[in-house]
Ligand binder design. Structure first.
Ligand SMILES: Cc1cc2nc3c(=O)[nH]c(=O)nc-3n(C[C@H](O)[C@H](O)[C@H](O)COP(=O)(O)OP(=O)(O)OC[C@H]3O[C@@H](n4cnc5c(N)ncnc54)[C@H](O)[C@@H]3O)c2cc1C
Length: 370
């Protein structure tokens, strides 16, 4: 009989894991406290389909993104689009590494780009620029894609309060499953690593014409990136987007709920001042529309690890998300861990081999030689 999985969280990770397991013949049920899919971080981010250019200081994240990017485009061909003019610019003076080092890291990582002979006219104070084929995620299409594929197995509006292992089963608010996957990005159970919760604030802007996607690297810098609507952009800042560091999800949610119009106005002023240093025409091109609020769950560490990790405690898996294009890694880890579990076929074969060896070489006292 196919295993039954209870999946908690209907973000990119929960949706991808659920559709992948379903296509392998497993039974799934997906719970989310929100009334629609991709409602939390998955629906409130910069919507960048990463290739790895953000992660000059973390090899594992770069590799997961580079490989995940092609797999994502293949698996979800309708859920992202090309960004016409997509530029990574190394800041002159404020970057943690120089342009040549940045370029060498990306070249040695096998990430596709072309070097620009000179910065575009929109940009100043940069040492060098790369043009990349990174893409943007299409949120509305992703929501309806997963809604359709998970029809009949979704429990939206159900905030899970309790996961309880009992014998060979795990209970989710009283319903029993063979396995449970916590894909809440650490909001229900906490992955067993040192982490913190970071409420975030991005800013939405409307552009009065085409404008390149511009990401300043490397370090505490800013970026302006289009959304699924080509006239709508997000402005993000490594320095000003975070609204604090919290030990628990509850505290982070409280901080997000306490955001005031005054705080938003202050962030607008600070983030615009930052981007104006590189894009002097920013205020002529862009008009502020409103804030976007979310929570990032981050591992503690200063080298920008945004790779995906999966942990298992008995029959409960918990997923520490990486970027959106690293969803594939989560499913692979879950399947590998499942295969390695004591009651899997693989282990039963191993048990049989052990019995055969014991039968062929019986020891006087019984059992196998150490
Ligand atoms: C500001 C910002 C910018 C980012 N930019 C990018 C980017 O450009 N590109 C990129 O690839 N990644 C980006 N990310 C990261 C990306 O958003 C996350 O990696 C991804 O969305 C995580 O997906 P998830 O499914 O694990 O979590 P989430 O999308 O947070 O989904 C978790 C789900 O669990 C549900 N849930 C929580 N608790 C319960 C409960 N008790 N019961 C039931 N349901 C529950 C929530 O409602 C939610 O829907 C960004 C993140 C932020 C915050």
């Amino acid at each position: 009989m196919a295993h039954r999985f209870g999946i908690i969280g209907g973000g990119w990770y929960g949706c991808h894991i659920a559709t992948s397991l379903r296509s392998l013949g497993f039974d799934v049920r997906v719970f989310d406290g929100a009334s629609r899919l991709l409602d939390s971080a998955s629906g409130n981010n910069q919507f960048r389909l990463h290739l790895g250019f953000h992660y000059a200081r973390h090899y594992g994240t770069r590799m997961q993104s580079r490989d995940g990017f092609s797999r994502f485009v293949e698996r979800y061909p309708g859920l992202s689009r090309a960004v016409e003019d997509n530029i990574y610019a190394v800041s002159r003076g404020d970057s943690l590494i120089d342009f040549l080092t940045y370029k060498l890291i990306m070249t040695s990582s096998g990430i596709e780009f072309s070097e620009m002979a000179a910065p575009p006219p929109e940009l100043v104070n940069v040492e060098g620029c790369l043009r990349t084929p990174e893409r943007v995620l299409l949120l509305a299409k992703a929501r309806s894609y997963f809604r359709e594929r998970l029809d009949g197995v979704l429990e939206l509006g159900h905030t899970v309060g309790r996961i309880e292992p009992r014998g060979e089963q795990v209970y989710v608010d009283g319903s029993s499953f063979d396995f449970v996957i916590d894909a809440t990005w650490g909001h229900l159970t906490r992955p067993p690593i040192d982490l913190f919760y970071e409420p975030t604030l991005l800013l939405y802007y409307e552009a009065n014409g085409p404008f390149p996607a511009v990401t300043l690297v490397d370090g505490p810098l800013c970026s302006v990136y289009p959304t699924e609507d080509p006239s709508l952009y997000t402005l993000s800042s490594v320095t000003h987007t975070p609204l604090g560091r919290y030990a628990t999800s509850t505290e982070a949610r409280a901080a997000l709920a306490a955001v005031t119009p005054e705080l938003v106005a202050e962030k607008v002023a600070r983030m615009e001042a930052e981007i104006l240093r590189y894009v002097p025409t920013f205020r002529d091109v862009f008009r502020f529309l409103g804030p976007q609020l979310a929570i990032k769950t981050k591992p503690i560490g200063s080298f920008d690890d945004r790779s995906c990790h999966v942990f298992r405690d008995g029959r409960i898996f918990s997923v520490m998300s990486g970027k959106i294009d690293t969803v594939f890694f989560a499913v692979e880890r879950i399947l590998t861990m499942l295969e390695a579990m004591p009651d899997s076929d693989q282990h039963q074969d191993g048990g049989q081999l052990k019995a055969e060896v014991a039968a062929a070489f019986p020891r006087p006292g019984g059992g196998l030689a150490a």
